[in-house]
Ligand binder design. Structure first.
Ligand SMILES: [Fe+2]
Ligand SMILES: [Fe+2]
Length: 201
């Protein structure tokens, strides 16, 4: 009962408080993102699952770093999009491939674990997150279709995507991931990382 009350409060905060925090979160993220980028660039080029340095290996910390890396790929594409068309398209697809992998981990592994632990399958925060994933994927496909024609007039879709990702990631990082971390055992957490590795291999 205590767990369900706690989860219910989390869901209310999740829906009501989300957008209000997005703007300040974006500003804080810039400095944190720069630090993480320097850390990442000093690391091995090959992707590995790794924790934030000097922090516990939590699901929240891993997934927040992955958000930042995906954001960086989107920034790189936006910088390059006015230049060589095929290069920009390749950069865009690198970004989408990483984002789709991330969404796949969430929908196939992380969210089902939360739904099992909390009992919230049809009316909890993962329902909202899955719906937002569908919106994000629609925007990704629309941008890809435009770029494939050699056209870079994607401003409207791009703005909508940036807004959707910022709000979505903020809710996951501030509410959903910590909620999951509070409920999982160390074994559960290791199992999540093991399944992610297996799905990526
Ligand atoms: Fe997500
Ligand atoms: Fe995410």
């Amino acid at each position: 009962m205590m767990l369900h009350s706690s989860v219910a409060l989390g869901v209310v905060a999740f829906v009501a408080g989300g957008l209000l925090l997005a703007r300040s979160r974006m500003r804080r993220r810039t400095a944190a993102s720069d630090a993480r980028r320097a850390q990442r660039e000093a690391a091995d080029e090959e992707w590995v699952i790794r924790p934030v340095e000097n922090a516990p290996v939590t699901l929240a910390s891993f997934y927040a770093v992955d958000h930042d890396e995906i954001d960086r790929l989107l920034e790189d594409f936006r910088t390059a999009k006015a230049g060589d068309g095929p290069v920009a398209l390749a950069m865009y697809r690198e970004f989408t491939s990483r984002l789709e992998r991330h969404i796949g981990w969430e929908e196939d592994i992380l969210f089902p674990l939360f739904e099992r632990l909390s009992g919230l399958r049809d009316n909890g925060p993962t329902v909202v997150m899955r719906s937002e994933h569908r919106t994000i994927k629609t925007l990704l496909d629309s941008i890809d279709t435009t770029l494939q024609k050699g056209d870079v007039s994607i401003d409207a879709d791009e703005s909508a995507l940036l807004a959707a990702l910022a709000a979505h990631n903020m809710k996951e990082e501030n509410i959903l991931y910590p909620l999951i971390d509070r409920q999982v055992s160390a074994d559960d957490r290791e199992a999540v990382f093991a399944r992610m590795r297996a799905e990526t291999a």
